[in-house]
Design a protein around this ligand. Structure first.
Ligand SMILES: C[S@@+](CC[C@H](N)C(=O)[O-])C[C@H]1O[C@@H](n2cnc3c(N)ncnc32)[C@H](O)[C@@H]1O
Length: 291
């Protein structure tokens, strides 16, 4: 039901879409449950023989959500550089990047002030901070970050081109944009065109829908239990849909290609025209498994 409302809103008006998503995430951020650190659909390798990302025991519960971050952000070496995440939610992704991929500083920005307060309270990690901000109007200086991460957030924005113009402005020349999100299949070409026209160069493009489906399936029972325990009966049914348990419309939509989930690695050109692709073949950072 909720997913239908949001997807319909998407087609009606960008303003309505922006407003609805913001209200929704501000509402969700009001849940103070400290175990709840991620809000993405997750990623699982398709091949069981892939090396497993090593995680601390207490992080196992978030394995699939963490693996999505690792797969997206681990494409370039982030060690000792300045990284921004836009749409940081409850902060689990930024915290993972700071602790495992070792950037010098990690800043998370989210539109929801409650999510930012939650993140600053829960994630006490040196060099990691969260602040309130709007993806379409980022308050940072030109050329001020070496890398920008954006995971499963851009579908909420009123204008993706406006967001990409901000990314292009605040990335330093040669800096990387590490991006993943989904769209209804009929909108996926538009997303690709928006990225192509952003002034950044696309170095990698990958359809990760099958990996997302696998993660949803492997994580389904855990999510079902969590929703049952933490949401009242009225909201529980809708939340099962939103988190994408097995058999939900979300799960079926990814499985049947109604929704497509993509990952991109982009780079800001160094001289205004050409990409510096010296890092385009970079391997995942040393702390990250190659999943
Ligand atoms: C599906 S959640 C993903 C959160 C996080 N990336 C994760 O994977 O756990 C989307 C997030 O994008 C944020 N968001 C939506 N519109 C935004 C905007 N215009 N500027 C900044 N953040 C925004 C929401 O508040 C929400 O926290």
């Amino acid at each position: 039901m909720l997913d239908k409302i949001f997807m319909t809103a998407t087609e009606i008006s960008p303003k309505l879409k922006r407003w609805l998503w913001r209200r929704w995430y501000q509402y969700l951020a009001g849940y103070r449950a400290e175990f709840w650190l991620f809000m993405n659909y997750g990623y699982a390798p398709l091949d069981d023989s892939s090396p497993m990302l090593e995680l601390a025991e207490e992080e196992e519960q978030d394995r699939f959500c963490i693996q999505l971050y690792n797969h997206v952000a681990g494409r370039v070496d982030l060690k000792d550089v300045k990284v921004l995440e836009v749409g940081s939610g409850r902060g689990g992704g930024s915290s993972f990047i700071k602790r495992y991929l070792a950037p010098k500083t990690m800043t998370g920005v989210d539109f929801s002030s409650k999510a930012v307060d939650f993140s600053n309270r829960i994630h006490d990690v040196e060099g990691l901070t969260f602040q309130q901000g709007d993806a379409e109007k980022l308050q940072f200086d030109d050329n001020s970050f070496d890398a920008i991460v954006n995971v499963e957030s851009s579908h909420c924005y009123g204008s993706v081109p406006r967001f990409l113009a901000q990314v292009q402005r605040i990335l330093r020349p040669g800096g990387h944009f590490l991006f993943a999100d989904f769209r209804p299949s009929e909108q996926i070409d538009e997303l690709t065109s928006q990225l192509q026209e952003s002034g950044l160069s696309i170095l990698e493009e990958e359809n990760i829908s099958p990996n997302v489906v696998r993660a949803l399936e492997l994580d389904s029972e855990r999510k079902r239990e969590l929703v049952k325990l933490n949401f009242g009966r009225v909201l529980s049914k809708s939340m099962q849909q939103c988190v994408g348990v097995k058999g939900s419309t979300i799960h079926q939509n990814f499985d049947t290609g109604v929704f497509i989930y993509k990952r991109f690695l982009l780079q800001k050109p160094t001289d205004g025209t050409e990409s510096d692709d010296t890092q385009s073949e970079s391997q995942p950072a040393s702390g990250a498994a190659n999943n």
